[in-house]
Design a protein around this ligand. Structure first.
Ligand SMILES: Cc1cc2nc3c(=O)[nH]c(=O)nc-3n(C[C@H](O)[C@H](O)[C@H](O)COP(=O)(O)O)c2cc1C
Length: 138
């Protein structure tokens, strides 16, 4: 399947996690594109069979965590029709309810978000491989 991974990364951590996710998906035989949210377009998403959208965690470390504005603005411009999706974030202390909020926003735009992953560093988040295997091949 064609998988698009969109990420927002300030200092490279989320980008590294996204790239490792792409390597895993490529090794599993998928056609993957990885794109920074700043250059992603809704068309990148429309062409995909499944999407992953990731952000670094912004907040007060234990409170008020949220995805970046660029990430949420990107999500709110999407128009999907049941596209399987996952959200992910990188964080230092706690992502709070960030993933739930991102997933709800994405589902509001018509996605079917079944994966929510967090990574405390530059590596692909736990759960990503299982999610990938769970996505129905379109
Ligand atoms: C302004 C700012 C606010 C942050 N707030 C949080 C937070 O509330 N909770 C948390 O776990 N990490 C927080 N972090 C840490 C980053 O989310 C974390 O280091 C992330 O992996 C950075 O990703 P990046 O290298 O892709 O930019 C914050 C970082 C910055 C710069």
């Amino acid at each position: 399947m064609k998988l698009t991974i969109v990420y927002d990364s300030r200092t490279g951590t989320t980008e590294a996690a996204a790239k490792e996710m792409a390597e895993i998906a490529q090794a599993a035989g998928h056609d993957v594109s990885t794109v920074a949210v700043q250059s992603a377009t809704p068309e990148d998403i429309a062409a995909a069979d499944a999407v992953c959208i990731g952000s670094w965690t912004e907040g007060l470390f234990f409170f008020r965590q949220h995805a970046t504005k660029a990430t949420m603005d990107f999500i709110s411009a999407l128009r999907l029709d049941g596209t399987p999706a996952a959200v992910f974030c990188t964080y230092k202390t706690s992502p709070g309810k960030l993933l739930e909020k991102m997933a709800a926003a994405l589902d509001e735009r018509g996605a079917k978000t079944t994966g929510r992953f967090r990574s405390r560093g530059r590596h692909a988040p736990e759960g990503f491989r299982d999610w990938l295997e769970s996505v129905p091949v379109g």
